[in-house]
Design a binder for this molecule. Structure first.
Ligand SMILES: NC(=O)c1ccc[n+]([C@@H]2O[C@H](COP(=O)([O-])OP(=O)(O)OC[C@H]3O[C@@H](n4cnc5c(N)ncnc54)[C@H](OP(=O)(O)O)[C@@H]3O)[C@@H](O)[C@H]2O)c1
Length: 246
Protein backbone atom coordinates (compact mmCIF):
# COMPACT_ATOMS: atom_id res chain seq x y z
CA UNK A 1 0.00 0.00 0.00
CA UNK A 2 1.17 3.52 -0.68
CA UNK A 3 0.52 6.39 1.68
CA UNK A 4 -1.84 9.18 0.64
CA UNK A 5 -0.55 11.56 3.31
CA UNK A 6 -0.04 15.07 1.98
CA UNK A 7 -1.40 14.22 -1.46
CA UNK A 8 -4.24 16.23 -3.01
CA UNK A 9 -7.67 15.01 -4.14
CA UNK A 10 -10.66 16.56 -5.86
CA UNK A 11 -13.98 14.81 -5.18
CA UNK A 12 -17.08 15.78 -7.17
CA UNK A 13 -20.58 15.20 -5.86
CA UNK A 14 -19.25 15.45 -2.31
CA UNK A 15 -22.29 17.09 -0.70
CA UNK A 16 -24.00 13.76 0.07
CA UNK A 17 -23.85 10.00 -0.22
CA UNK A 18 -20.81 8.33 -1.73
CA UNK A 19 -18.89 11.55 -2.46
CA UNK A 20 -19.23 12.79 1.13
CA UNK A 21 -17.96 9.47 2.49
CA UNK A 22 -15.09 9.44 -0.02
CA UNK A 23 -14.04 13.00 0.88
CA UNK A 24 -14.02 12.19 4.59
CA UNK A 25 -12.22 8.89 4.10
CA UNK A 26 -9.49 10.43 1.96
CA UNK A 27 -9.02 13.25 4.48
CA UNK A 28 -8.83 10.57 7.16
CA UNK A 29 -5.98 9.01 5.21
CA UNK A 30 -4.12 12.33 5.31
CA UNK A 31 -5.11 13.85 1.98
CA UNK A 32 -5.83 17.49 1.26
CA UNK A 33 -9.31 17.17 -0.23
CA UNK A 34 -11.25 19.66 -2.31
CA UNK A 35 -14.91 18.65 -2.08
CA UNK A 36 -17.19 20.00 -4.79
CA UNK A 37 -20.95 20.14 -5.41
CA UNK A 38 -23.70 22.70 -5.96
CA UNK A 39 -25.18 22.62 -2.43
CA UNK A 40 -22.50 24.47 -0.49
CA UNK A 41 -24.54 24.33 2.73
CA UNK A 42 -24.33 20.54 2.61
CA UNK A 43 -20.62 20.64 1.83
CA UNK A 44 -20.14 22.75 4.95
CA UNK A 45 -21.26 19.75 7.03
CA UNK A 46 -18.21 17.73 5.96
CA UNK A 47 -15.69 17.20 8.69
CA UNK A 48 -12.11 16.10 8.21
CA UNK A 49 -10.40 13.78 10.64
CA UNK A 50 -7.23 15.65 11.46
CA UNK A 51 -5.46 12.48 12.64
CA UNK A 52 -3.03 12.25 9.73
CA UNK A 53 -3.05 15.93 8.81
CA UNK A 54 -5.91 15.56 6.35
CA UNK A 55 -7.99 18.56 5.39
CA UNK A 56 -11.21 19.28 3.48
CA UNK A 57 -11.91 22.53 1.69
CA UNK A 58 -15.12 23.00 -0.21
CA UNK A 59 -15.84 24.50 -3.60
CA UNK A 60 -19.11 25.31 -5.34
CA UNK A 61 -19.14 23.15 -8.44
CA UNK A 62 -21.68 22.45 -11.16
CA UNK A 63 -20.20 19.76 -13.41
CA UNK A 64 -22.64 20.64 -16.22
CA UNK A 65 -20.90 24.01 -16.50
CA UNK A 66 -17.48 23.57 -18.08
CA UNK A 67 -16.16 26.84 -16.66
CA UNK A 68 -17.24 25.83 -13.15
CA UNK A 69 -15.31 22.57 -13.58
CA UNK A 70 -12.19 24.41 -14.80
CA UNK A 71 -12.46 26.82 -11.86
CA UNK A 72 -12.71 23.94 -9.33
CA UNK A 73 -9.61 22.27 -10.75
CA UNK A 74 -7.75 25.62 -10.79
CA UNK A 75 -8.80 26.33 -7.18
CA UNK A 76 -7.47 22.93 -6.12
CA UNK A 77 -4.08 23.45 -7.73
CA UNK A 78 -3.81 27.08 -6.53
CA UNK A 79 -4.64 26.07 -2.98
CA UNK A 80 -2.52 22.92 -2.66
CA UNK A 81 -0.02 23.14 -5.52
CA UNK A 82 -0.83 19.82 -7.18
CA UNK A 83 -3.55 17.30 -7.96
CA UNK A 84 -2.95 13.59 -7.35
CA UNK A 85 -6.41 12.02 -7.31
CA UNK A 86 -9.77 12.87 -8.83
CA UNK A 87 -12.91 11.02 -7.79
CA UNK A 88 -15.32 11.81 -10.62
CA UNK A 89 -18.49 10.99 -8.77
CA UNK A 90 -21.25 13.60 -9.29
CA UNK A 91 -24.36 12.04 -10.75
CA UNK A 92 -28.15 11.97 -10.92
CA UNK A 93 -30.50 9.03 -11.47
CA UNK A 94 -33.88 10.18 -12.78
CA UNK A 95 -35.17 6.82 -13.91
CA UNK A 96 -38.48 5.91 -15.53
CA UNK A 97 -39.84 4.25 -18.67
CA UNK A 98 -39.11 5.84 -22.04
CA UNK A 99 -42.76 6.22 -23.02
CA UNK A 100 -43.79 8.43 -20.13
CA UNK A 101 -40.46 10.19 -19.58
CA UNK A 102 -39.99 13.88 -19.11
CA UNK A 103 -37.07 14.41 -21.48
CA UNK A 104 -35.80 17.19 -19.21
CA UNK A 105 -34.71 14.33 -16.92
CA UNK A 106 -32.76 12.76 -19.79
CA UNK A 107 -31.06 16.05 -20.44
CA UNK A 108 -30.01 16.39 -16.79
CA UNK A 109 -28.64 12.84 -16.66
CA UNK A 110 -26.64 13.18 -19.87
CA UNK A 111 -25.36 16.66 -18.92
CA UNK A 112 -24.34 15.57 -15.43
CA UNK A 113 -23.32 11.91 -15.57
CA UNK A 114 -21.81 11.81 -19.01
CA UNK A 115 -20.77 15.23 -20.27
CA UNK A 116 -20.08 16.59 -16.77
CA UNK A 117 -17.76 13.75 -15.87
CA UNK A 118 -15.97 14.19 -19.22
CA UNK A 119 -15.42 17.89 -18.45
CA UNK A 120 -13.93 16.92 -15.08
CA UNK A 121 -11.56 14.36 -16.61
CA UNK A 122 -10.51 16.79 -19.34
CA UNK A 123 -9.81 19.67 -16.97
CA UNK A 124 -7.92 17.49 -14.47
CA UNK A 125 -5.86 15.51 -16.96
CA UNK A 126 -2.90 17.89 -17.41
CA UNK A 127 -2.38 17.90 -13.63
CA UNK A 128 -2.76 14.12 -13.31
CA UNK A 129 -0.19 13.67 -16.08
CA UNK A 130 2.16 15.90 -14.11
CA UNK A 131 1.78 13.94 -10.85
CA UNK A 132 1.22 10.52 -12.48
CA UNK A 133 -2.01 10.62 -10.56
CA UNK A 134 -5.21 8.61 -10.42
CA UNK A 135 -8.68 9.20 -11.89
CA UNK A 136 -11.49 7.22 -10.30
CA UNK A 137 -14.74 7.17 -12.23
CA UNK A 138 -18.01 6.34 -10.48
CA UNK A 139 -19.90 4.08 -12.85
CA UNK A 140 -22.72 1.73 -11.82
CA UNK A 141 -23.96 -1.80 -12.23
CA UNK A 142 -26.42 -0.04 -14.57
CA UNK A 143 -23.37 0.50 -16.78
CA UNK A 144 -23.08 -3.28 -17.15
CA UNK A 145 -26.68 -4.26 -17.79
CA UNK A 146 -29.63 -2.05 -18.68
CA UNK A 147 -33.16 -2.92 -17.65
CA UNK A 148 -36.68 -1.68 -18.28
CA UNK A 149 -37.13 1.74 -16.72
CA UNK A 150 -33.49 2.76 -16.51
CA UNK A 151 -32.52 3.09 -20.17
CA UNK A 152 -31.16 6.63 -20.11
CA UNK A 153 -29.40 6.34 -16.74
CA UNK A 154 -27.85 3.08 -17.97
CA UNK A 155 -26.89 4.76 -21.25
CA UNK A 156 -24.98 7.45 -19.34
CA UNK A 157 -23.12 4.83 -17.29
CA UNK A 158 -22.37 2.67 -20.35
CA UNK A 159 -21.01 5.91 -21.82
CA UNK A 160 -18.90 6.55 -18.73
CA UNK A 161 -17.43 3.05 -19.11
CA UNK A 162 -16.58 3.62 -22.77
CA UNK A 163 -14.94 6.97 -22.04
CA UNK A 164 -13.06 5.49 -19.08
CA UNK A 165 -11.60 2.60 -21.06
CA UNK A 166 -10.57 4.83 -23.96
CA UNK A 167 -8.92 7.31 -21.61
CA UNK A 168 -7.18 4.50 -19.74
CA UNK A 169 -5.60 3.33 -22.98
CA UNK A 170 -4.52 6.90 -23.81
CA UNK A 171 -2.77 7.70 -20.53
CA UNK A 172 -1.78 4.51 -18.71
CA UNK A 173 1.65 4.36 -20.39
CA UNK A 174 2.24 7.88 -19.04
CA UNK A 175 1.68 6.65 -15.51
CA UNK A 176 -1.88 7.89 -14.94
CA UNK A 177 -4.11 5.26 -13.37
CA UNK A 178 -7.72 5.24 -14.57
CA UNK A 179 -10.11 3.26 -12.40
CA UNK A 180 -13.79 2.45 -12.76
CA UNK A 181 -15.87 1.68 -9.69
CA UNK A 182 -19.34 0.26 -10.36
CA UNK A 183 -21.55 0.17 -7.27
CA UNK A 184 -24.83 -1.66 -7.00
CA UNK A 185 -27.50 -0.31 -4.67
CA UNK A 186 -26.06 2.12 -2.13
CA UNK A 187 -28.09 3.76 0.61
CA UNK A 188 -27.96 7.42 -0.45
CA UNK A 189 -30.43 10.09 -1.52
CA UNK A 190 -29.83 9.30 -5.22
CA UNK A 191 -33.18 7.57 -5.86
CA UNK A 192 -35.10 10.20 -3.87
CA UNK A 193 -34.72 12.72 -6.72
CA UNK A 194 -36.74 10.63 -9.21
CA UNK A 195 -39.39 12.96 -10.61
CA UNK A 196 -42.15 10.44 -11.48
CA UNK A 197 -44.05 9.77 -8.20
CA UNK A 198 -44.89 6.18 -9.16
CA UNK A 199 -41.30 5.33 -10.06
CA UNK A 200 -40.11 7.14 -6.94
CA UNK A 201 -42.25 4.81 -4.78
CA UNK A 202 -41.05 1.75 -6.72
CA UNK A 203 -37.40 2.76 -6.33
CA UNK A 204 -37.84 3.28 -2.59
CA UNK A 205 -39.41 -0.18 -2.32
CA UNK A 206 -36.62 -1.77 -4.33
CA UNK A 207 -33.90 -0.18 -2.17
CA UNK A 208 -35.78 -1.22 0.98
CA UNK A 209 -35.93 -4.83 -0.24
CA UNK A 210 -32.18 -5.49 0.09
CA UNK A 211 -29.44 -4.87 2.60
CA UNK A 212 -27.99 -1.97 0.61
CA UNK A 213 -24.35 -0.95 0.59
CA UNK A 214 -23.37 2.06 2.67
CA UNK A 215 -21.50 5.02 1.14
CA UNK A 216 -18.57 3.95 3.31
CA UNK A 217 -18.45 0.59 1.50
CA UNK A 218 -17.71 2.46 -1.72
CA UNK A 219 -15.29 4.87 -0.01
CA UNK A 220 -13.37 1.79 1.17
CA UNK A 221 -13.11 0.64 -2.46
CA UNK A 222 -11.83 4.07 -3.51
CA UNK A 223 -9.22 3.90 -0.76
CA UNK A 224 -8.21 0.39 -1.86
CA UNK A 225 -7.69 1.47 -5.47
CA UNK A 226 -5.91 4.70 -4.56
CA UNK A 227 -3.44 3.11 -2.16
CA UNK A 228 -2.14 0.42 -4.52
CA UNK A 229 1.51 0.80 -5.48
CA UNK A 230 2.11 2.99 -8.56
CA UNK A 231 2.65 0.01 -10.85
CA UNK A 232 -0.78 -1.46 -9.97
CA UNK A 233 -3.99 -0.12 -11.50
CA UNK A 234 -7.24 -1.60 -10.30
CA UNK A 235 -9.04 -1.12 -13.61
CA UNK A 236 -12.54 -2.06 -12.56
CA UNK A 237 -14.32 -2.83 -9.34
CA UNK A 238 -17.96 -3.95 -9.20
CA UNK A 239 -19.48 -3.92 -5.74
CA UNK A 240 -23.02 -5.17 -5.18
CA UNK A 241 -24.99 -5.79 -2.02
CA UNK A 242 -24.99 -9.52 -1.42
CA UNK A 243 -28.79 -9.47 -1.74
CA UNK A 244 -28.73 -7.74 -5.14
CA UNK A 245 -29.22 -10.30 -7.91
CA UNK A 246 -29.10 -8.26 -11.17
N1 LIG B 1 -26.67 5.12 -4.73
C1 LIG B 1 -26.56 4.14 -5.61
O1 LIG B 1 -27.28 3.10 -5.50
C2 LIG B 1 -25.57 4.20 -6.72
C3 LIG B 1 -25.31 3.04 -7.44
C4 LIG B 1 -24.42 3.09 -8.50
C5 LIG B 1 -23.78 4.28 -8.83
N2 LIG B 1 -24.06 5.41 -8.12
C6 LIG B 1 -23.39 6.64 -8.54
O2 LIG B 1 -22.71 7.19 -7.45
C7 LIG B 1 -22.55 8.61 -7.64
C8 LIG B 1 -22.92 9.32 -6.36
O3 LIG B 1 -24.29 9.10 -6.09
P1 LIG B 1 -24.88 8.88 -4.62
O4 LIG B 1 -25.51 7.57 -4.60
O5 LIG B 1 -23.86 9.25 -3.61
O6 LIG B 1 -26.08 9.93 -4.66
P2 LIG B 1 -26.30 11.34 -3.97
O7 LIG B 1 -26.21 11.23 -2.50
O8 LIG B 1 -27.55 11.88 -4.57
O9 LIG B 1 -25.04 12.18 -4.46
C9 LIG B 1 -24.97 12.74 -5.74
C10 LIG B 1 -23.96 13.86 -5.69
O10 LIG B 1 -23.82 14.42 -7.00
C11 LIG B 1 -23.88 15.81 -6.89
N3 LIG B 1 -24.35 16.44 -8.12
C12 LIG B 1 -25.49 16.22 -8.80
N4 LIG B 1 -25.54 17.04 -9.87
C13 LIG B 1 -24.41 17.78 -9.85
C14 LIG B 1 -23.89 18.81 -10.65
N5 LIG B 1 -24.55 19.26 -11.74
N6 LIG B 1 -22.69 19.35 -10.34
C15 LIG B 1 -22.01 18.91 -9.25
N7 LIG B 1 -22.46 17.95 -8.44
C16 LIG B 1 -23.64 17.40 -8.74
C17 LIG B 1 -24.83 16.08 -5.73
O11 LIG B 1 -24.55 17.34 -5.16
P3 LIG B 1 -25.38 18.68 -5.40
O12 LIG B 1 -26.81 18.31 -5.64
O13 LIG B 1 -25.15 19.43 -4.11
O14 LIG B 1 -24.73 19.35 -6.57
C18 LIG B 1 -24.39 14.98 -4.76
O15 LIG B 1 -23.31 15.42 -4.00
C19 LIG B 1 -23.43 8.96 -8.84
O16 LIG B 1 -22.60 9.08 -9.99
C20 LIG B 1 -24.34 7.73 -8.99
O17 LIG B 1 -24.78 7.57 -10.31
C21 LIG B 1 -24.91 5.38 -7.07
Amino acid sequence: MQSLEGKVALVTGASSGIGAAVAQTLAGAGMKVVAGARRTERLAELTATQEYGGEIVTVKLDVTDEQSVRDAVATTVERFGRLDLVVNNAGVMLVGPVQTADTADWNRMVQTNLLGSMYVAHAALPHLLETKGTLIQTSSTSGRSASAGNGVYAATKFGVNAFTEALRQEVTAQGVRVVSIAPGMVDTELASHVTDPQILAMAAKLYASVRTLSPQDIANAVLYAATQPDHVTVNELTIRPTDQVA
